[in-house]
Design a protein around this ligand. Structure first.
Ligand code: GTP
Ligand code: MG
Length: 136
């Protein structure tokens, strides 16, 4: 088995989509190992998004992620890293495929950051690193 970090980002929580997103995750068959409502500070987000430091969308991304609570989920299952990213869809919500979380519920809102509802770790190394940031 394998574990991944999923975040329902502030836009997903604010729009009341947490239950819908959890429903898709559960329907796919993955197991919730831990879940919590979090209000990350800048230090947590700087650690989480270290790979994006210096990019034009970095500061808007950090501000967006501090704009309200997120839901952090420790998710388990065989190939769950790949599987959740497939459920989430591609990064840009305007063009993410229908049937995915981002494709069905996301769009651009004229801001400097892509508000794309969810995060999912992209590799076993990222998952281990991110799970320790969000769950200790
Ligand atoms: P996560 O699961 O959130 O990590 O998304 P991802 O792996 O599909 O994207 P990535 O890690 O490359 O980027 C992290 C986040 O930064 C994205 O989810 C977007 O919110 C934002 N982002 C990434 N690339 C761009 C971009 O080119 N423009 C803008 N405006 N935002 C971006
Ligand atoms: Mg990423």
């Amino acid at each position: 088995t394998e574990e991944t970090l999923v975040l329902v980002k502030p836009d997903g929580v604010a729009r009341g989509l947490t239950g819908t997103i959890l429903g898709r995750i559960e329907a796919k068959g993955y197991a919730l190992v831990d879940i919590r409502l979090v209000e990350p500070d800048r230090d947590v987000l700087a650690a989480h998004y270290a790979e994006h430091e210096g990019k034009p969308f970095y500061e808007p991304l950090i501000e967006f992620m501090m704009s309200g609570p997120s839901v952090a989920i420790r998710l388990a299952g065989d190939r769950v890293i790949e599987g959740f990213r497939s459920l989430a869809g591609t990064t840009d919500p305007t063009t993410a495929a229908p049937g995915t979380i981002r494709g069905d519920f996301g769009r651009d809102w004229g801001l400097k950051v892509q508000q794309n509802l969810v995060h999912g770790s992209d590799s076993p190394e990222s998952a281990a690193r991110e799970l320790s940031i969000w769950f200790g």
